[in-house]
Design a protein around this ligand. Structure first.
Ligand SMILES: C[S@@+](CC[C@H](N)C(=O)[O-])C[C@H]1O[C@@H](n2cnc3c(N)ncnc32)[C@H](O)[C@@H]1O
Length: 276
C-alpha cells in the first residue's frame, strides 16, 4: 500500500455529502439560501476550525482578483471563506475523493463555483504549471505527508516569486511519541510528524524566506478541551467537524489535547514567501 493510499483510506467517507445534507435539513437550513457561514461549523476541518481560518486570513496579504492554491483543501470551507471575503479565486487539491466531490457540491450550493474549484491530487506532485499562484496555504495536512521536501518544493514551484505560503500543522514535540488515535491517524500509520526546526530548514531549502512561526498549542489545547467537555456533557452541536472524524472523534480530540499538554506535539502557524 502506498503512503497516499493509506492517507486516502484514513480520510475517505462514503455518502459524506448526503450526511451533511441530512444534518442541514435537521437544522431546518433551506438549501437554496445556504451561506458560507452556515457551513462554517463543519467545513473548516482543522484544530479550532473556522476561528483559526479567520485568524490566519487576517495575517495573509491577499488581494481582490488573486489566484490562491489550497493544498489538502478537505471539503473546501477555507477556500470558500477566502474567495468570499477577498473576492479572489481558489483552486483546491485533495487526495481524498469523497472530500473533493463533497467540496465541489457544497461550493455549488453556496453559488461560488466560478471562484472555487477543487480537484483530486497529491500535494507531493502538483498538476499545475510553474509560477501560477499569488499565494498558497495548507492547513493541517502535512502531518500525513511522508515527503515534506517534495511537498514544499512543489508549493514553491507553483507560486509566483514573492507569493506567500502559509502552513498550519502539529509538529513533533520533544516528549516522545504522540498518543493515538488523533484526527490524522488512528494508530500512528500514515503519520509523519517532524520537529519545527526541521520544517523551517526544509522550507528554506525549498526556496522560501521570511519564515515566521507562531506556536499555537495553548489555543488549540483550549479548543480541544472545550470540544471534549461539550461532548461529555452531551452539548456538542450536531453539525460540526466531528462529522468528518468517524466514531472515535471524541477520543481523537482528547488525545490531540493531551499530546499538546505533554509536549508530544507542538502545533504551529507558519507564514513565509517564495524568494524573488
Ligand atoms: C485535517 S484535513 C484538513 C482539510 C482542510 N485543509 C481544512 O483545513 O479544512 C487533512 C486533509 O489533508 C488531505 N491530504 C492528506 N495528504 C494529502 C496529500 N498528500 N495531498 C493532498 N491532500 C492530502 C486529506 O485528504 C484531508 O482532506
Amino acid at each position: 500500500m502506498s503512503r497516499s493510499e493509506s492517507s486516502t483510506e484514513h480520510w475517505g467517507q462514503a455518502d459524506l455529502y448526503q450526511q451533511i445534507l441530512a444534518q442541514l435539513s435537521a437544522l431546518a437550513k433551506p438549501l437554496d439560501k445556504l451561506t458560507v457561514e452556515d457551513l462554517a461549523p463543519m467545513d473548516h476541518f482543522h484544530a479550532r476550525g473556522y476561528p483559526a481560518t479567520v485568524e490566519l486570513a487576517d495575517r495573509l496579504p491577499i488581494g481582490t482578483g488573486q489566484w490562491l492554491l489550497d493544498i489538502g483543501c478537505g471539503v473546501g470551507g477555507p477556500a470558500r471563506y477566502l474567495a468570499q471575503r477577498f473576492g479572489c479565486s481558489v483552486s483546491g487539491i485533495d487526495i481524498t475523493e469523497s472530500f473533493v466531490e463533497t467540496a465541489n457540491r457544497l461550493t455549488a450550493l453556496v453559488g461560488l463555483e466560478t471562484q472555487v474549484r477543487v480537484e483530486l491530487g497529491d500535494g507531493q506532485r502538483l498538476p499545475y504549471a510553474d509560477e501560477q499562484f499569488d499565494g498558497a496555504y495548507s492547513q493541517h495536512v502535512t502531518m500525513n505527508v511522508a515527503d515534506r521536501a517534495a511537498f514544499f518544493t512543489e508549493a514553491c514551484r507553483v507560486l509566483k516569486p514573492g507569493g506567500f505560503f502559509a502552513l498550519t500543522e502539529h509538529g513533533l514535540g520533544a516528549a516522545g511519541a504522540p498518543f493515538y488515535p488523533v484526527p490524522w491517524s488512528m494508530d500512528g500509520s500514515g503519520s509523519y510528524l517532524i520537529p519545527i526546526d526541521e520544517t523551517k530548514a526544509l522550507l528554506e531549502e525549498s526556496g522560501f524566506e521570511a519564515i515566521q512561526i507562531e506556536e499555537t498549542g495553548a489555543r488549540y489545547l483550549s479548543g480541544y478541551r472545550t470540544a471534549v467537555a461539550k461532548a461529555e456533557a452531551g452539548t456538542l452541536p450536531s453539525f460540526g467537524v466531528h462529522l468528518l472524524m468517524g466514531e472515535s472523534a471524541v477520543e481523537q480530540m482528547r488525545n490531540a489535547g493531551r499530546n499538546i499538554e505533554e509536549g508530544r506535539t507542538c502545533p504551529i502557524q507558519l507564514i513565509c514567501r517564495k524568494r524573488r
